[in-house]
Design a binder for this molecule. Sequence first.
Ligand SMILES: NC(=O)C1=CN([C@@H]2O[C@H](COP(=O)(O)OP(=O)(O)OC[C@H]3O[C@@H](n4cnc5c(N)ncnc54)[C@H](OP(=O)(O)O)[C@@H]3O)[C@@H](O)[C@H]2O)C=CC1
Ligand SMILES: [Fe+3]
Length: 428
Amino acid sequence: CDLKSPAVGILGTGDFSRSLAHRLLACGLRVIVGSRSPDRNADRFPAGVEVSTQRDAAAQAHVLFVALFPDHYSSLAALKGELAGKVLVDVSNGTTLNRSRPSNAEELAALFPESSVVKGFNVLSAWALLNGPRDGSRQVLICSDDFQAKNRVALLARSMGFVPVDMGCLSSARDIENAPLYLFPSWGSPFLCAVCLFFSFYIYNFFRGVLLPYMVNETLPLVSLVMLALVYLPGLLAAGLQLLRGTKYQHFPCGSTVGYVCASSWPPQLLLCSMHALYSLCLLCASSARYKLLNAAFKQVRLGQESSWMEQDVWRMELYLSFGIVALGVLSFASDVVSSGLGYAALSISTLHTLTFGWNRAFDPGQYEFYLPPTFVLAVLLPCIVLLGRLALALPCLSLRLARIRRGWETRLHQVHFRLPDEDMSTV
Ligand SMILES: NC(=O)C1=CN([C@@H]2O[C@H](COP(=O)(O)OP(=O)(O)OC[C@H]3O[C@@H](n4cnc5c(N)ncnc54)[C@H](OP(=O)(O)O)[C@@H]3O)[C@@H](O)[C@H]2O)C=CC1
Ligand SMILES: [Fe+3]
């Protein structure tokens, strides 16, 4: 590193400080670490990192990372003079969800009113910092009331290979500090939806007395298929309502909540589908599969049948397996299910998979136990309604587009028709 370049300071010599110093040094920056006991801690840092007193680090660096626990911030009060006009980066995390108390960063700002406090880097673990931006998330959430200080820290994050995300003013620090405490920040509602659907279908299947090994395996894809269909249903209903009202500027009830749940429902869908694929594979190893095969073979022998090959069954099985695999493949690419056409493709192919799997059962009255239709009829009905609705909405758009293309061609032909005599004249 260049000794003449401005140093980046770190206060504290713990795990976070060591990883950060390592990363800053690797990026070619000059690093000075401030410790209460520099002599004791100097050998814990790589060569090239200057370990000095807190006062020395505060005096030399212009941007200082405060790698201490918030309880110890007050121990820096004696450095107020040196830290005035400097940028202090608060990297601390909360231990419990904070909904009402001031954030650690705001408390640091209150302690050092003459410094510019920037919240950031807390979403990275010491491990992620040490390994660089290869593993885990590369995003660094940043906020501050000082725009220039925030830009400076954002630039620093970028030069370390991370992606800074501007979260606005220092009042957002509480959200940033809470972020690592959520396991999956936006997955709560979709998962709740998936769990509710799962248990409804599970109980439903239970009452229908379907064989135990098939209960979970039928429930998993049904939940996924119904969820995928539900993703599009609100949009289609809203579009239908707009067509009926003749305006798109009227409010659609609960639109934003439904939109939020739908937009982030892809992970549970993919999880359920993958579990279904795995479960189907494992069923072949289950004891019940062996008994079934044996029983079928025994029946065949008793009937004196030489071959039990049924062309229609074989084709159906090949088809539903292929549809299932393709549907899973397409769904795995359709992370943005709401806006991408891939979601519709996955829905269509999964519906075909379900239909080819159980069309016999749909039309066999013997299957309608307890006067209830088989679950898969319900699971096919909803996707079919959604797909037909989409088609119905797409047709007017398609005819409009075709009319536009036809008009374009007519205009072009018209121009050619009028240009021809001139061109003929020029050739003459
Ligand atoms: N570890 C991690 O993965 C992450 C940590 N963070 C945050 O980084 C900050 C530091 O964490 P971490 O490095 O793990 O903590 P450590 O406990 O490893 O280090 C904290 C440092 O604070 C100083 N210190 C200890 N006790 C006192 C005291 N009584 N008064 C003043 N200073 C004291 C010490 O430095 P010295 O003796 O040299 O002065 C010590 O090295 C925390 O706010 C944490 O929330 C954020 C994201 C991830
Ligand atoms: Fe299936």
